[in-house]
Design a protein around this ligand. Sequence first.
Ligand SMILES: C[S@@+](CC[C@H](N)C(=O)[O-])C[C@H]1O[C@@H](n2cnc3c(N)ncnc32)[C@H](O)[C@@H]1O
Length: 340
Amino acid sequence: MVAPVKQPEAHIPVLRDEVLSSLSPQDTDTILDGTFGAGGYSRAILENSKAVVYAIDRDPSAIITGRKMEKEFDGRLHVLEGCFSDMEQLLATQGVSTVDGVVLDIGVSSMQIDQAERGFSFMNDGPLDMRMSSSGTSAADVVNNYDEDQLTEIFRNLGEEKHAGLIARAIVKDRVETPFETTKQLAELVERLLRPFTKASKKKGKKKTNPATKIFQALRIYVNDELCELERGLEAAKKILAPGGRLAIVSFHSLEDRMVKTFLLKESGNTPRGSRHLPDPSASTTSTDKPAFKLLKKGTIKPSEAELERNARARSSRLRVAVRTEEPASSTPKAVEVSI
Ligand SMILES: C[S@@+](CC[C@H](N)C(=O)[O-])C[C@H]1O[C@@H](n2cnc3c(N)ncnc32)[C@H](O)[C@@H]1O
């Protein structure tokens, strides 16, 4: 009997209502959805206002979904293929230079995770790929060609994996015999190496997560240059948002959320004072220090219990929201460089 083909789960938009109320789209607004995915946020905006939406995605299959959806909204949805870090240039091709809202939902969609052939998942065996745009360097290229130090750095910095060195060493040794081609091969190696540590943490009563989670996260972030994309995306959003425009960012892990937090604190003049003996940087009145954003809410907005019951994938999501001030982008302080 032929095994049934596993259909990708539909993507349930995370923090949808919270994103919508944060953006608060007006009928005359132009909104940029920088991570279209299955179009959950774009649809929410289009169905709840007469705003025009420009939606970007780097994944060709998301663009196919978007083309179909464009027809439903009578010229109010425009789907653009590319990276959100290039939002200024992509919007310029449409004759748009400013927008009233920017939303980014950082990470992978359910369709990307659930389609084994995309290679994002350690649960479904597939080629070790992980490229959102289906082009460029794949996870297999990295795992089979990078040296031990490079792999250790990727696993440690982007996966926050304590045993990064151990895993990198084993990969470099094993790949001489058999190159890594599938997600299962890599997941099994990591599981075998981390088994003794997993048992120890189980005894301490820690929550069980798949041991390969952090290694897969690190490779995915590296392959898609996600932190650099986010850093450039935040800067670009600052440039294209009109005064009063809203910025809403949903992230799923601490590396991204830390970047968003650092950017927004700095850009809103809320940089923590390093020492009480030093002058407060946010108290400066020079024109170069005027804030580009005002925080709509200090801290993050998290999913409700009801949402978590409906959608377990919303578990680690958090939303940060800010409003663009009148200050021109060029005279505002630059975001902190985050090295990976
Ligand atoms: C979490 S999903 C977005 C889901 C969407 N909010 C919805 O409700 O359907 C993230 C999407 O962003 C895309 N993406 C991630 N990083 C991107 C980038 N730097 N530029 C453009 N698209 C990106 C991915 O391909 C994926 O389709």
